[in-house]
Design a protein around this ligand. Structure first.
Ligand code: FAD
Length: 460
């Protein structure tokens, strides 16, 4: 196959996509703005570590990489909730030992993907190449060399923009007619902080959990790294609430805030104040746009097409799933890019919108609900219903995280289930008081009204 595909951005989605395309024999040229992270010590951007789950693992497995990646991961079997008083409560993620998520280093994962991509003789990755735009008429893409400033024009049979939420390729789409675009920032920012490895090695707190300090209008989470440290992320409103980012200006503000609301975390974080002031404040945004392609000349994929909030741990998983479905469409349509791109957009758009909505819902769940009685009872009800009605009831979290059920279906079913169960759980004090048959009957009735089939098609 002599066709040449230009990929802009060698992040997580772009690197995995390169492998899929190289396996099909395409000549792939990848242009990445940053230096080669295998040679130069640079941050891989955004979060230091990420939660990898079933959709992402499946997409990696198709190219034979799941095992290698999972070797570098730490299993997170549930949420460890830290109360104001430092009490700990563990909430398992799944119904059994096999349902867990994996904490992986963004950089290690990106390196594994780039190394694998470069094993193919038909792949070339160019670093320090910042895309400045492209011509949607000719398909040429334009680059500036970030080290010496020279510019270049590159052409191929098609261009795929996997250049993230600030995509330069998407900027070109904005100039074309009939392109819809929205970008919405949350009034929240985030700070990455660290719980270092214990003296003498090992983990200072439970290794196999995603730790959460839920505090209503703000929260902190901590994900384990194989080396024994934890990467913490404090999500907080910029200006509202008793505590907010704008109020944390002096070193003592930060220590006093932690002392008051997360004293157990403060003890674990000797570098807290330096981390807080040295690390940038990240912003949180959702990007929606459509169509994702222009005339078969260019396509957007991953965060470039659908950046979402990080609260369901699905952004990368969704980008990896994009790669898998894209590959299936190449199998079906060969090199008819226009057909592939259009079908890809139709297949993925409603699912990308659904996970964007679910991610927002999960923010409320994580920062607030996880500490409430009704929610804890609902979690128990989820497990009991899953056991009693297999393939007809799966919790929303499990549909998104442990299955590949399209996000749009997971959202429709999950919202109905959660609404009914939360209402029923608000009227009881113990899970033994919940009438499971009644709960399932009510859910079934709502499914029927919404035109949802009772039985789930598990992996489509
Ligand atoms: C705080 C936080 C936590 C997260 N946690 C999770 C999680 O637990 N699980 C999960 O699945 N997802 C998570 N995500 C989402 C995840 O980070 C993204 O969905 C994922 O990185 C998207 O990958 P991408 O390759 O599409 O984009 P990116 O990772 O943004 O990669 C884009 C690449 O393009 C390059 N680039 C950008 N502009 C140009 C240009 N003009 N020219 C050339 N190259 C360019 C960049 O340097 C980069 O290498 C999280 C996000 C955040 C912010």
């Amino acid at each position: 196959m002599s066709q040449k595909v230009i990929i802009v951005g060698a992040g997580l989605t772009g690197s995995l996509l390169t492998i899929y395309l190289a396996r099909r024999g395409f000549n792939v040229e990848v242009y990445e703005r940053r230096a080669d992270m295998r040679i130069v010590n640079i941050s891989a951007g955004k979060s230091i570590n990420l939660a990898l789950s079933t959709r992402g693992i499946h997409a990696l497995d198709q190219v034979g990489l799941a095992e290698e990646v999972l070797k570098t991961a730490v299993a997170m079997k549930g949420r460890m909730i830290h109360s104001n008083k430092g009490e700990l409560t563990f909430q398992p993620y799944g119904k059994n030992e096999n349902e867990y998520i994996n904490s992986i280093s963004r950089k290690d994962l990106n390196v594994i993907l780039m190394n694998e991509a470069e094993k193919f003789p038909n792949v070339q990755i160019y670093f320090n190449q910042r895309c400045t735009g492209m011509s949607l008429e000719t398909g040429e893409a334009y680059f500036v060399n970030e080290t010496h400033g020279g510019s270049s024009v590159v052409s191929g049979d098609t261009v795929i923009g996997t250049d993230g939420s600030a995509s330069a390729i998407r900027m070109e789409f904005l100039r074309s007619k009939h392109f819809n675009f929205s970008q919405s920032y949350e009034n929240y920012g985030y700070k990455e902080l660290t719980i270092p490895t214990a003296e003498g090695g090992g983990f200072r707190i439970e290794k196999n959990a995603l730790h959460i300090w839920p505090r209503g209008s703000y929260m902190m989470i901590a994900l384990p790294n194989v080396e024994g440290d934890f990467t913490c992320t404090l999500f907080m409103n910029y200006e509202n609430g008793e505590y907010n980012l704008n109020k944390l200006v002096a070193r003592t503000d930060v220590t006093q805030f932690f002392q008051k609301v997360m004293p157990d975390a403060l003890e674990l974080m000797p570098e807290l104040v330096d981390d807080f002031f040295n690390n940038p404040t990240g912003s949180l945004l959702t990007i929606k746009c459509y169509p994702w392609n222009i005339n078969g000349k260019a396509l957007l994929m991953g965060d470039a097409a659908h950046a979402i909030l990080p609260f369901f741990g699905q952004g990368m998983n969704c980008g990896f799933e994009d790669c898998y479905y894209f590959d299936k469409l190449i199998e079906k349509h060969g090199t008819d890019w226009q057909k592939i791109f259009e079908e890809f957009g139709k297949l993925r758009k409603e699912n990308a919108d659904a996970i964007a909505e679910l991610a927002l819902e999960n923010f409320v769940e994580m920062r607030d609900l996880v500490a409430h009685k009704d929610f804890l009872l609902k979690k128990k009800a989820d497990v009991l219903l899953e056991e009693r009605y297999p393939e007809r009831f799966i919790s929303k979290y499990a549909m998104v995280t442990f299955h590949r059920i399209p996000y749009a279906i997971a959202m429709k079913r999950g919202q109905i289930q959660d609404r009914i169960l939360m209402e029923m759980c608000s009227k009881i004090d113990s899970i033994d008081e919940l009438n499971l048959e009644e709960a399932f009957d009510r859910i079934k009735t709502e499914f029927a009204k919404a035109g949802i089939e009772e039985k789930l098609k598990l992996e489509v």
